[in-house]
Design a protein around this ligand. Structure first.
Ligand code: SF4
Length: 403
C-alpha cells in the first residue's frame, strides 16, 4: 500500500488511481476504509443528473458501500478534531503573546490546505513557523484510522487501506510528506478526487439516483456543522472561533453564525470580541490573495492574530479535482450555500461538542495538543525555496519509505 505517487490518470503508463483502488477493493485480505471531504458531497450529485447545489451525503455513503468499501468515515469528523488541536494551539500562542514571549508566532496560519502549505514552504519560508503544526483533516483521519481504529479491529495497520475522496489535487501529494507514514506504511494510501470518484461509481455500475440515504460508520463518522463548513472559504476560521471562544472565555459564544467570516471577497478581515479581548482575523482564498496576505504579514502592514488561507477560489468547493465549475463562481457560491445549509441543519454545530471527538480524547488521545496528539496529529514544515522543482522532497521521502 503505497501512497499513490504515479501519474493520477495513468497517462504515463502506470495504473490509474481508480484502477489501483479497484484492485485493493478486490483484495479480501484488506480492510478498505473511505473518508470523504466536506466539499465532495456538494459536487457529486450533478454528475448523476441531480441539482448542482444538492448535498448528496447519504447517497454518496451508500455508493461507497455498494462499491465495496468496508467502512465509510467522514473527513468532517477529522475537521472537528483539527479544530480542537488548532484552536488549542491558537490560544497557546495568544497566551504567549499576552505574556510577551518571543516565540508567540502570531498570526497563526491555518495548515489544512496543502496547496497553501506548499506555497509557504516554497515562496515564504520566513512564515513557516506561523503555520499551525496541526495536520490537515485528511491526514489526521488517516493517523486515527491506522493507529486507533486498526487496534479496535484488532488488525495490524498494514491490513488497513485508507482511501480519501477529496476535491483536491494537492492532497495526492500531501499523503507522501514526511510524518505521514509509519515504517513505510502511509496513513493515507490512496487519494481520489471527486472526478475520479465519479468514474469509480460509474465503473461499479451503481444507479446513484435510486440509492437510499445511509449514515457514515461509527465512531469516525460523526461530525458537527463546524466540520461541514470547512469546505468553503472562511469556514475553518468560523469553526475555530466557535470553539476557541468557548475554551478561552469559559462561556458559549454569543452566536453561532459569524456572517463577517463568510462570503467571497478576496481577503476578508474581521475582529471578533472574545469577551473583552479583540481577536483580529484574516481570510484569503486563491493564491493571488494568499500572496497579498503573506506580504502584508511580512511587511507588518497587517496585525492579524490568525489567518485562514485556501489555495483554490472559494475554498475546497472550488478545488481543482471538482467537476463542473471551471472556475465559475456562481456554481461555487451555490456549493457554499449548500454547506452552510447543512451546517444549520446539524444538531451540533461546534467541534468541541462532537461526542465521538470527546470520546477519542478520553479513550486514546488525552488532551488536545498533548503528547499523543503531538506525535500523531501534528507535523513540521521545511524551507523548500532553494530546491528547484515542484515536489522534490516528497520523492526523497518516498524513497526512504521504500514506497
Ligand atoms: Fe485542496 Fe484547493 Fe482545498 Fe487547498 S483549497 S485543500 S488545494 S481543494
Amino acid at each position: 500500500g503505497q501512497c499513490v505517487a504515479i501519474c493520477p490518470v495513468g497517462a504515463l503508463g502506470g495504473k490509474s488511481s481508480v484502477d489501483q483502488v479497484l484492485d485493493v477493493l478486490a483484495d479480501s485480505s484488506k480492510v478498505v476504509v473511505a473518508q470523504t471531504a466536506p466539499a465532495v458531497r456538494t459536487a457529486l450529485g450533478k454528475a448523476f443528473g441531480m441539482e448542482s447545489d444538492q448535498v448528496v451525503t447519504g447517497k454518496m455513503v451508500s455508493a461507497l458501500r455498494a462499491i465495496g468499501f468496508n467502512y465509510v468515515f467522514d473527513t468532517d469528523f477529522a475537521a472537528d478534531l483539527t479544530i480542537m488541536e488548532e484552536g488549542t494551539e491558537l490560544l497557546g500562542r495568544l497566551t504567549h503573546l499576552i505574556e510577551g514571549k518571543a516565540d508567540a508566532r502570531i498570526p497563526l496560519m491555518t495548515s489544512c490546505c496543502p496547496g497553501w502549505v506548499n506555497f509557504v514552504e516554497q515562496n515564504y519560508p520566513e512564515l513557516i513557523d506561523n503555520l499551525s503544526t496541526a495536520k490537515s483533516p485528511q491526514q489526521m483521519m488517516g493517523a486515527v484510522i491506522k493507529n486507533y481504529f486498526a487496534k479496535k479491529l484488532n488488525r495490524p495497520r498494514k491490513d488497513i487501506v485508507v482511501v480519501s475522496l477529496m476535491p483536491c489535487l494537492a492532497k495526492k501529494y500531501e499523503c507522501m510528506r514526511e510524518d505521514m507514514s509509519v515504517e513505510g506504511d502511509p496513513d493515507v494510501n490512496y487519494v481520489l478526487y471527486t472526478r475520479e470518484l465519479v468514474r469509480l461509481i460509474r465503473f461499479a455500475n451503481v444507479d446513484f439516483q435510486s440509492l437510499p440515504e445511509s449514515d457514515f460508520d461509527s465512531p469516525l463518522g460523526e461530525s458537527t456543522g463546524a466540520g461541514t463548513i470547512f469546505g468553503a472559504t472562511g469556514g475553518v476560521m468560523e469553526a475555530v472561533v466557535r470553539t476557541a471562544y468557548s475554551i478561552y472565555t469559559g462561556k458559549p459564544a454569543p452566536k453561532i453564525d459569524f456572517q463577517e467570516l463568510r462570503g467571497f471577497e478576496g481577503i476578508k478581515k474581521a475582529t471578533i470580541d472574545f469577551d473583552g479581548v479583540q481577536i483580529k482575523l484574516g481570510i484569503a482564498h486563491g493564491l493571488g490573495n494568499a500572496r497579498k496576505l503573506a506580504e502584508s504579514i511580512l511587511n507588518g502592514t497587517s496585525d492579524f492574530h490568525a489567518v485562514e488561507v485556501m489555495a483554490c477560489p472559494g475554498g475546497c468547493i472550488g478545488g481543482g479535482g471538482q467537476p463542473f465549475h471551471h472556475g465559475d463562481m456562481s456554481v461555487i457560491k451555490k456549493r457554499a450555500a449548500a454547506l452552510y445549509d447543512a451546517d444549520r441543519q446539524k444538531s451540533l454545530r461546534k467541534s468541541h461538542e462532537n461526542p465521538s471527538v470527546q470520546k477519542l480524547y478520553a479513550d486514546f488521545l488525552g488532551t488536545p495538543c498533548g503528547p499523543v496528539s503531538h506525535r500523531l496529529l501534528h507535523t513540521h514544515y521545511t524551507n523548500r525555496r532553494k530546491i528547484v522543482g515542484v515536489y522534490p522532497v516528497y520523492h526523497e521521502s518516498t524513497k526512504e519509505n521504500g514506497a
